[in-house]
Ligand binder design. Structure first.
Ligand code: BTN
Length: 246
């Protein structure tokens, strides 16, 4: 991962750019990385935009071909990516780095990294996957509209870190976990993911269908469902079915 690195000074979105390369007939090596100093139309999950101060942050996309997975196992791929990222960030930030289900990275209660995975599926198998990652690195201030919901490495360490150094650390960790996934080490990955999971095992508030209740995250399944223990019972929730309440 990262052997084939394409650096752009400006692009709409590195995910879009990579998608364009994939749809061209040129074969693209797996592990290709597209990074940009500035994205003028960076995209987030659920039609949100991703805005980052140019030159201060990491905005990049990785190309994978997890054709060895079937679509029921899609979430294992997300787990490998989030876990690799969290491990790389833990090397510089320590144990405050957490994975927020389904796949953001938080530091304490604030968002540090956003991940946008876009899969190309054919029948019951994966053809390719574009993993877009935005990390708040050396940005010092955020839009007050975010109301302390975002943080950056600079805000945590009070110093700049090397963007290329961090990118290479991330590529190495993601590659290691991707190889584990390829070697069917699902149990290992699931365990590593759960160990870093934001709010795992602790009582917090959640909302489902407008109703707020207390629950405890006890598991995340291979299909991506989060399992909450609510009172005496356990209940599965899929993406967007449950909201984390502060
Ligand atoms: C989110 O938290 O909503 C996901 C944000 C993903 C942002 C990254 S930045 C690099 C890549 N290109 C994009 O347009 N989006 C992703």
């Amino acid at each position: 991962v990262g052997q084939n690195l394409i650096k752009l000074s400006e692009v709409d979105s590195t995910n879009n750019f990579l998608k364009g390369l994939v749809s061209n007939s040129e074969p693209l090596p797996e592990g290709t990385v597209i990074m940009a100093d500035n994205q003028f139309a960076g995209r987030g999950q659920q039609q949100n935009s991703w805005v980052a101060e140019p030159g201060k942050n990491l905005t990049f996309s990785l190309y994978f071909k997890p054709t060895f997975l079937n679509i029921q196992q899609q979430f294992l791929f997300n787990m490998a990516i989030s876990n690799g990222l969290a491990e790389a960030l833990t090397t510089i930030l320590g144990a405050g780095v957490k994975i927020k289900w389904p796949n953001d990275i938080y530091y304490n209660d604030q968002k540090l990294v956003g991940i946008l995975i876009e899969n190309l599926i054919s029948g019951h198998t994966y053809k390719s996957s574009i993993v877009g990652i935005g990390i708040n690195v050396n940005q010092q201030k955020f839009d007050p509209a975010l109301k302390n919901r975002a943080t950056s490495i600079w805000q945590i360490l009070q110093k700049d870190v090397s963007l290329m150094g961090l990118l290479s650390e991330i590529c190495n960790h993601i590659e290691a976990d991707y190889l584990r996934l390829k070697a069917d080490r699902y149990i290992y990955l699931q365990k590593a993911y759960l160990e870093k999971l934001y709010r795992f095992g602790a009582l917090h508030n959640y909302r489902h269908n407008g109703e707020i209740f207390e629950g405890r995250i006890v598991n995340v399944k291979e299909n991506g469902a989060i399992v909450l223990e609510i009172g005496e019972t356990e209940k599965d929730f899929l993406f967007k079915e449950v909201e984390f309440i502060i």
